[in-house]
Design a protein around this ligand. Sequence first.
Ligand code: GDP
Ligand code: MN
Length: 386
Amino acid sequence: MKIHEYQAKELLKHYGVPVPAGEVAQTPAQVRDIAHRLGKTVVVKGQVHSGGRGKAGAVKLAKNEHDAESAGEAILGHTFFFAQAGSDLTVGRVLVEEAVDISKEIYLGITQDRAQQRDVLILSTKGGMDIEDVAHNNPADIAKAFIDPLLGLTDYAARQVLFDAGFPKENIAKAVPVLKALYAAYLGTDATLAEINPLVITKDGTIIAGDAKWDIDDNSLFRHPEFAALKDTEGEDPYEAEAHRRGIQYVRLEGGDIGIIGNGAGLVMTTMDEVKRAGGKPADFLDIGGGAKADAVTSSLEVVLSDPNVKGVLFNIFGGITRGDEVAKGIIEGTKSLDVKVPIVIRLAGTRAEEGAELLKTTSLIPAATMQEAAQKIVSLAYAPK
Ligand code: GDP
Ligand code: MN
């Protein structure tokens, strides 16, 4: 789960990383009020789930509250292209923050290195907006520390990586606690990425986080009820957002029109291949999981059918823990409550498949004996001239 800069900076502050004073605004008038309260040069920053906002034009410095209001007008409600996200995003909120007097921009990040099986701290004194170019053209300018999982980030390891990166010597003592606080925040929030770019050394030698980018491991969210409020589905596919709210594993495919529901990721992917081979375009990947009960099936069908492009739905269920009769009941209930206008083909195999097939007999749902037959049936029915 990605969170916004202003939310990540709250976390950083909590863990003891210095951040500039600031507040979030949704209107230019609020931007002006915040700038007035701060009473100095501010930076107005669009809050979207992408880096590269500076290059996109969604970060602006403003000398006074009037300029701040204009910056708010130029950013809020506007759509920018973010190369890093590879898409247009519309800005609904801005962070208005006291501007920092930058002497040096440092890149500081922590993520996982799968090859080393460790967390890795990455540091470069060539931080700022061109860090990707530095990584590409001058990899020697990037220092790394692989963090020992038992020792954590020790003072000496932090000092070593600061030396390796060529961090200004007079600021190293002050930087060590910042690195350690970032690592504590990364661990404490179950982050998969914690990045401060730029970490600013100001003209008077203060170290402060100029930006923050944070990804939280979705698999850890069950133990962080406090993060539920941080979720922002802005910019997400609305169908996927709804599916995820319902706890359904669903990925929508742009341009597809055959809805696909199955149990088990491998089976669903194979079903997508078969539909493609039969000449159809899969509209989604939906895995109802093991042991799915009738209401989960109904809910999944509802999500797939909410996509207006869907011309037909294929269920491919291999009963193991999941029972064929439970799935059949769910499909029958779902089709009753949903007023379905498209054909639905169902292939059931395994546990209680016969009982399931028996239930389907009295309905307009179309059975298929094999996956290939099911794929061919749904494609010919969905694309049949009306
Ligand atoms: P990003 O482009 O999405 O990573 O957004 P950043 O928050 O990193 O801002 C982009 C750039 O704007 C930074 O690299 C800085 O050069 C500049 N910037 C951001 N905040 C300030 C600030 O408070 N003062 C100054 N002088 N520049 C800033
Ligand atoms: Mn940045």
